[in-house]
Write a protein that binds this ligand. Structure first.
Ligand code: PLP
Length: 421
């Protein structure tokens, strides 16, 4: 399987190279050259999660089946739950991994791939996080020999518990708090990749969802969801920031996974909903919301979604539905779900709200629960007026000191930090 750079289609590489480079020439995103529909979707749905995921990833990445199986067995070593929360609505819980967010799927698969493909040269994984990627990457790479993880995040714009979960590890995990928003952190990472000498010197790689390994790993749980629904084709509602998760949903659809529609839910950073309603691509300044992991106004993965729509021969406005939900409605959704006995974090509650608004009679809906509610304990306690018990992973880090370096949001400062750290 070849991967092509969507900005420079003559830049074609194999999966291992795409994963090791992260970004292609001219900041281009790698994507599978073609995605063949599966010959027998029903048989694939009948497999167990890990065997099915190995099978899917072997095909998507062009990997030896035995190797693919080994990679997913080590990466996907935690459960998935799917819970019915209404007549025709199901919560797909993806937060039962070590960092309590769905990003564990992609980050752990990426770490397993990089360890497998490594030629032994020292590597720096440079990543920007809007909250949850950092923890997933930090936990996936912590203690791996020959790898240093450098993680940038926007100071004061992630939840205190999110910060504790990855900025207290130390060792080969170096965290950098940047006085800027997430879009700036993401731009700094891209700039570092463009400086060829720095890239070579540090053996730079990225664990952001620009890395195609993460996206492909995420295809696995869409299949698991439909398998658990007994083959019903659902509406998938995906709480979206950088649109990596929606891309994975689109890849699952291209493989032939039955689904009725794809619905992207955003917060007030609504570049995509405005665009799909026929507007221009017109990102505005990023605003801080309760669903901070989605405070992104320039979603990096959108060119991949457009590529999927183009290949499917469907105009982007029909390929994807999108709904923006504001903070007041997010809080109301947290309350409404709680009244029904279901506790959801702000991102997941926002997705439920978008789905609830959009679901038509006769449709079955699945909303993705992307983070454990306790990760956003402050918002939930404030909304529901009661305290939440902390799961062990969070209780263990709550009182540890934050070890992050602090820099302003400019590239010279990042370069200095990367060379000195
Ligand atoms: C990263 C994240 C999202 C957004 O996912 P994208 O793939 O960037 O669209 C949603 N919810 C949570 C909790 C996240 O951490």
């Amino acid at each position: 399987m070849e991967f092509l750079n969507l900005s420079h289609p003559d830049d074609r590489v194999d999966f291992a190279t795409a994963v090791q480079r992260g970004l292609g020439r001219g900041r281009g995103l790698y994507f599978p050259e073609r995605i063949e529909p599966l010959a027998d979707v029903d048989a694939v749905l009948d497999m167990d999660f890990v065997s099915r995921s190995g099978h899917l990833l072997a095909g998507l990445a062009g990997l030896d089946p035995g190797l693919a199986q080994r990679l997913v067995t080590s990466a996907f070593d935690f459960p998935i739950e799917q819970v019915k929360v209404g007549e025709a609505v199901h919560a797909l819980e993806l937060f039962h991994g070590p960092s309590l967010a769905f990003k564990d799927f992609g980050a752990r698969f990426l770490a397993a791939c990089l360890a497998e493909f490594s030629d032994g040269a020292p590597t720096t994984i440079l990543t920007a996080t809007s909250g949850d990627t950092g923890a997933a990457v930090a936990h996936a790479f912590h203690g791996l020999p020959g790898v240093r993880a450098v993680i940038l995040y926007p100071r004061g714009r992630i939840s205190p518990l999110q910060e504790k979960l990855f900025c207290t590890l130390g060792g080969n995990v170096h965290t950098v708090s940047v006085d800027a928003d997430f879009d700036t952190c993401q731009a700094l990472v891209k700039e570092a990749f463009e400086e060829e000498s720095l890239r070579q010197e540090l053996g730079l790689n990225s664990a952001n969802s620009i890395n195609v390994a993460r996206l492909l790993a995420q295809v696995s749980y869409y299949f698991e969801s439909v398998a658990r629904l007994g083959g019903t084709a659902p509406v998938f509602c995906v709480p979206s920031g950088n649109f990596g998760n929606v891309t994975a949903c689109g890849v699952a659809r291209a493989l032939g996974l039955p689904m009725a529609r794809i619905l992207a839910a955003t917060n007030r950073n609504d570049t995509v909903p405005r665009y799909l309603e026929g507007g221009d691509w017109a990102p505005r300044a990023t605003v801080a919301t309760l669903s901070n992991a989605m405070d992104i106004s320039r979603p990096n993965n959108f060119p991949r979604v457009e590529e999927l729509a183009r290949r499917a021969g469907i105009p982007i406005g029909e390929y994807l539905d999108a709904v923006a939900v504001d903070d007041a409605d997010t809080r109301e959704a947290i309350r409404a779900l709680d009244a029904d006995g279901y506790l959801a974090d702000p991102h997941s509650a926002l997705a439920w709200r978008a789905l609830d608004q959009s679901l038509r009679p006769g449709e079955t809906g699945v909303f993705l629960c992307t983070a454990h509610p306790a990760k956003f304990a402050e918002v939930i306690e404030d909304t529901l007026g009661r305290t939440l018990p902390l799961p062990p992973a969070l209780a263990a880090v709550r009182d540890l000191p934050v070890l992050s370096a602090e820099i302003p949001g400019d590239f010279a400062a990042l370069r200095r930090e990367l060379r000195s750290a």
